[in-house]
Design a binder for this molecule. Structure first.
Ligand SMILES: NC(=O)c1ccc[n+]([C@@H]2O[C@H](COP(=O)([O-])OP(=O)(O)OC[C@H]3O[C@@H](n4cnc5c(N)ncnc54)[C@H](O)[C@@H]3O)[C@@H](O)[C@H]2O)c1
Ligand SMILES: [Fe+2]
Length: 383
């Protein structure tokens, strides 16, 4: 079987990369942007780092700052209306996964109006046209939404998050500038960084993984585990390592899929509005333990990439434990709680959560096939 890779047309990395928003908008002849972001990013003057450049260059734009974390169907519909009223011809997304995912859904619906109900985009949507061009400026170091072909929307009426996978939605330009991330508070840096580590680990062991994505995911695991503690302390090296590490993970997992950590995390955000990264971070070591006998030698390489010494002398049991413990230690060092009970999950909800997790699009990629009952057992252990 042939393997497929889809990446941005152009991406910019490193301090000062944000200047290239103007370069790309001018080079591509874009006329008017809908800038998709959220109110906190306006308040903390993060969005302004981009809009000030647009103003200096006389590039016209309209601001849509109504995105909320875990964006809902209604927000997408509002964004579509605002895009039309503005007479915009491209999108600039400024934010973490929530604004970038919102921009993807808006851009897809503008050019594929038969999906205007949003809900019909769930899963692999058969859209025919590429979405409106997106320049994605990421402000968190986690989701890698700027380089993925996925987006996640919340159906508030049914209390569920759904994943949309669509090759037509990838931003044409990604801007990954660590200076856009320096204002993240410690907790957000830790949560989004653990999301990135989860992408790298789940992408590395997922069923569709192959040599090229293995190289990306192992490099990402190494960069993230080396950089996350520093990023939480806001060091320039830590921020730079996380900005690139999360992007490299995205280059991989977007093309091969994830696993049950994400399946189990999605319902937690839908039920309790749990930040996506926190949900992943708490669940990751428990799911790694559940999967360990279905991953060949890969946990040895995960342990090595995370800096564990002496892995070549270890038995399978020892290197599996070493990999899980390295993840637990990193999570602990950046302040992530160990149990679901500590992040507001209700024990009585666990059976319903397991059904939703089992039906999540990420479940098929898990290296170990599992039933809803087995997922329930993992939730119980993690509780
Ligand atoms: N598209 C994908 O492939 C993909 C992958 C994983 C997750 N997701 C989705 O992405 C969403 C989560 O995205 P996220 O974790 O990046 O967070 P987010 O976009 O939801 O933002 C969370 C909060 O952080 C604030 N924030 C963001 N950047 C900041 C900065 N630089 N300084 C100060 N505050 C800042 C925002 O204003 C917001 O209040 C979820 O809906 C998740 O399901 C998408
Ligand atoms: Fe994620």
């Amino acid at each position: 079987m042939a393997n497929r890779m889809i990446l941005n047309e152009t991406s910019y990395h490193g301090s000062g990369a944000v200047q290239n928003v103007v370069v790309e908008a001018q080079r591509r002849g874009f006329k008017k942007a809908l800038v998709v972001t959220d109110k906190d990013l306006v308040k903390f003057k993060v969005a302004e780092k981009v809009t000030a450049l647009l103003e200096q260059a006389n590039l016209d734009y309209v601001l849509f700052d109504e995105v909320k974390a875990n964006p809902s169907v209604d927000i997408i519909k509002k964004g579509v209306e605002t895009f039309k009223q503005a007479g915009a011809d491209y999108l600039i997304a400024i934010g973490g996964g929530s604004p970038i995912d919102s921009a993807k859904a808006i851009g897809i619906i503008i050019n594929n109006p038969e999906f205007a109900d949003v809900l019909s985009l769930e899963g692999v949507a058969p859209t025919k046209n590429k979405c409106v061009p997106i320049i994605a400026v990421t402000t968190t170091a986690g989701t890698a939404a700027e380089v993925t072909i996925n987006y996640v929307i919340t159906d508030e009426a049914k209390k569920r998050k759904f994943v949309c996978v669509d090759v037509n939605d990838i931003p044409v330009v990604a801007v990954v500038d660590p200076d856009m991330m320096s204002s993240m508070p410690k907790g957000l840096t830790a949560a989004t960084g653990m999301d990135a580590l989860t992408h790298a680990i789940e992408g590395y062991i997922t069923k569709a993984a192959w040599e090229l994505t293995d190289a990306l995911h192992l490099k990402a695991i190494e960069m993230i585990s080396r950089s996350l503690r520093g990023a939480v302390e806001n060091t320039p090296e830590g921020r730079a390592g996380m900005a690139l590490g999360q992007y490299v993970a995205g280059m991989g997992f977007s093309n091969v899929g994830l696993g049950v950590v994400h399946s189990m995390a999605h319902p937690l955000s839908a039920y309790y509005d749990t930040p996506h990264g926190i949900a992943n971070a708490v669940l990751l070591p428990y799911v790694m333990d559940f999967n360990k006998d279905f991953t060949g030698e890969k946990y040895r390489e995960i342990a090595r990439a995370m800096g564990v010494q002496g892995v070549d002398q270890m038995t399978p049991e020892a290197y599996c434990n070493a990999a899980v413990n390295a993840v637990k230690q990193l999570a602990k060092d950046v302040g992530i709680p160990e149990k679901l009970s500590a992040i507001g999950v209700q024990e009585a909800d666990l059976p319903a959560l397991s059904v939703d997790a089992f039906n999540d699009v990420c479940t098929g990629g898990n290296p170990r096939d599992c039933t809803a009952e087995e997922i329930l057992d993992v939730y119980k252990i993690a509780f």
